[in-house]
Design a protein around this ligand. Structure first.
Ligand SMILES: Nc1ncnc2c1ncn2[C@@H]1O[C@H](COP(=O)(O)OP(=O)(O)O)[C@@H](O)[C@H]1O
Ligand SMILES: [Mg+2]
Length: 416
């Protein structure tokens, strides 16, 4: 049997069907196995033709593309649906994804967009099946969150009630630093609408992201998680936020909880970035965490908001797993660390120095500063934090003492 991608075209307009078939005729790795002019006809043909990919028109008289996709999902789950529409409305996209469509193309699309989408969904489905086959071979059932072993790694969620304090910077560099210490690390962009991790790591969320998991949200089990992860050069497995804000809305807190629980099964450390808002989603990301890093900088608005958050955290019982991280600790303009500690009624647990040069240079190149400027103090602060959080001992007693001395010296110079 040929290993070409088998494609079924479903569209009520004959010209469109012909046009698509002609376009795909040029592709040596694809084969149009059939065409249907309505939903019912597609459902009748699909089990017989066993297409890998179904190109589905969303607007058809009678049973539309969404209803057809829903039924097809139970009839032939291995077929990946690519929805085609003339409108790019968010609501269409939303309903299509929930009906199980893997991709969404807005007409008119180029031949290139079409074939890229087909190859992408096909490859993802193949990876998914290969994984399931591995499990069957190994004599175990396909992974289900419920029957996995007890947790292996810890989840660290970074939060601040205010933007711009360095959460994403910390998340990215902490993850990479822990990977450099030999840990298996996952990094999750929980800032679903306007996530910055893709930019900071120079990765493309259109290739792989949480958006790829939307079709399975209804099932509640993050079965295809691996296919949505991107492996960064540092070894960190990254789960990017969806490329468009409207897709982010489709992701439910319950599903994200499942994602984090699942990630901690095979990672030592799961680092989660968040947006500066307290909503259901953020509360879930905090709830799952073994450790919460509450971040602030030496600014009065920041300190005030953090105090409010700490009150909430206390009420929610997060207190004993919360660490205070002071970023740009030496950039005080009139506020001293002691003032902060007095104002919020607790000690700062970790400090990170300010280093605009290393940080912005790294940001603009899409390379974490723990990689591009490992010798910088800011990187060493991050490595220390990564050690603390992932339970790695410093290389030697001397190194520890030296680091401690540097930290002490810094605190003497910077804050008093
Ligand atoms: N330790 C630091 N020293 C210098 N600049 C920093 C430091 N941490 C963060 N920044 C800068 O602060 C800005 C906000 O950081 P970011 O991580 O995007 O914050 P958040 O995710 O909390 O909104 C960025 O321009 C970043 O480069
Ligand atoms: Mg951010």
């Amino acid at each position: 049997m040929s290993d070409r991608i088998r494609i079924l075209i479903v569209d009520d307009i004959p010209e469109t069907r012909e046009h698509l078939a002609k376009l795909l005729g040029f592709e040596s790795d694809m084969e149009v196995v059939g065409a249907a002019e309505s939903g019912p006809e597609a459902l009748e043909l699909a089990p017989r033709l066993t297409p890998d990919v179904v190109l589905m028109d969303i607007n058809m008289p009678g049973m539309d593309g969404i209803a057809t996709s829903e039924r097809l999902a139970s009839l032939l789950p291995s077929a990946s649906v690519i929805m085609m529409s003339v409108q790019g409305e968010a609501d269409y996209l939303r309903r299509s994804m929930l009906a199980g469509a893997r991709e969404f193309l807005v007409k008119p699309f180029s031949a290139d967009e079409l074939t890229t989408s087909i190859r992408k969904v096909h490859e993802r489905e193949r990876e998914k099946q290969a994984r399931t086959a591995d499990h069957v071979e190994a004599g175990v059932r396909a992974p289900l969150a419920a029957d996995r072993p007890a947790r292996a790694g810890s989840v660290v969620t970074i939060f601040s009630p205010k933007g711009g304090v360095g959460r994403t910077t910390l998340a990215v560099n902490l993850a990479v630093a822990a990977a450099q210490l030999g840990r298996q690390v996952a990094l999750v962009d929980g800032s679903l609408q306007f996530g910055d991790i893709a930019v900071m790591l120079n990765l493309d969320p259109r290739h792989r992201s949480l958006a790829d998991l939307v079709p399975e949200i209804a099932s509640g089990v993050p079965e295809s998680l691996e296919t949505a992860l991107v492996r960064h050069d540092s070894g960190v497995d990254v789960l990017l936020a969806p490329p468009t804000p409207e897709t982010a809305e489709l992701i439910t807190p319950a599903y994200m909880r499942g994602v984090l629980e699942r990630l901690r099964q095979d990672h030592d450390l799961v680092v989660v970035d968040t947006p500066p808002i307290l909503n259901d989603m953020t509360l879930t990301l905090l709830d799952v965490a073994d450790r919460i890093l509450a971040m602030l900088t030496l600014e009065i608005t920041n300190i005030r908001n953090l105090r409010l958050f700490l009150d909430v955290a206390r009420q929610l019982g997060y207190d004993d797993r919360l660490d205070l991280v002071l970023n740009r600790a030496d950039s005080s303009l009139g506020i001293r660390v002691a003032d902060v500690e007095r104002s919020i009624g607790r000690k700062v647990d970790h400090s990170i120095v300010s280093d605009g040069r290393s940080v912005v240079y790294a940001l603009n190149r899409g390379i974490p500063f723990v990689i591009s400027s490992p010798e910088a103090q800011v990187s060493q602060d991050l490595v220390r934090l990564a050690r603390d959080l992932s339970g790695v001992e410093p290389a030697s007693r001397e190194a520890q003492t030296a680091a401690h001395r540097t930290a002490q010296r810094r605190s003497l110079f910077a804050w008093r």
